[in-house]
Design a protein around this ligand. Sequence first.
Ligand code: ZN
Ligand code: ZN
Length: 349
Amino acid sequence: MATSRATVVSMKATQMKVAQVPKPGAEFQIVEREIPKPAAGQVRIKVQACGVCHSDVFVKEGLWPGIEYPRIPGHELAGIIDELGAEVTGWKKGQRVGVGWYGGRDNTCLECRRGRFLYCRNSKVAGISYDGGYQEYMVAPVDALAAIPAALSDAEAGPLLCAGVTTFNALRHSGAGPGSLVAVQGVGGLGHLGIQFGSKFGYKVAAIGRGPENSALAKKLGASVYIDSQASNAAEELQKLGGAQAILATAPESKAMSSLIDGLAPTGKFVVVGISSDPIAVTPLQLIVGEHAIQGSAVGTPTDSEDTMNFAELTGVRPMIETYPLEKAAEAYARMMSGKAQFRVVLTM
Ligand SMILES: [Zn+2]
Ligand SMILES: [Zn+2]
């Protein structure tokens, strides 16, 4: 078919580059797709950066029920609104926004009617329920948008929309007050943010890591104390300091979590954010004596993400990141999976 040169150029202008997972367990593919158009209640975002999160393994390996393939992962994206769908109010073209794990709600279920949007029974996840941020343009429902403050770069905002809000929310709802001893288990992608937030909340932060090598970094991030869990019994060390009012468990190892429960102060709370499939072991007496609680904490809503980013802007909390171009999504993902990244991997467009 004969095609004029002008047509070719204009067709190209409607294409974009994406990194997609073609089917469960397959390698990433870099392909061109048509730039999507926002439907009613959606905006189109020109993506500038997107964090690569361990939860992207759900998409890569097909571990989340009901995912349709090919799927573009990514739930830590930051960019600029470049088109508004019909009926969108309160957001404007050119505005900097991000989308995190929380990808939208139905506004009709019982939890939504109660205003408990985090628990929506039909909630959506960006990069799982619909294509996420490993692409140059994406569409997202307005329910999923968080405004990004000026002081944060796109690459910094990305991880704050997932790892950041996860640790920020877990700590601010832990019940620990200023001056309390709060332990952060794990100095990694979640932990390095938890230490910073805890320190800026006015806690005495005890960072717990494996081996001596993270001590200097943990203290630089704001920890008052570093406990090497290989060289000592971390729960006993916390008790020597009076016991922790909260323990934020970020490292995905249930055995290590279980060994820390005895480090709690009376009425202390053990808050779990690290994901592991093994059970956490605890005896009834460990909970009864001192009235300890174990609680999970699940990321947060877009307004929680805004609180996180505004707090980060105010206090200087920043994720430590390694950046890769979108074309190297496979390499970036492998780097994240290796556990060797310092600490969050971010794709830039
Ligand atoms: Zn994430
Ligand atoms: Zn709902």
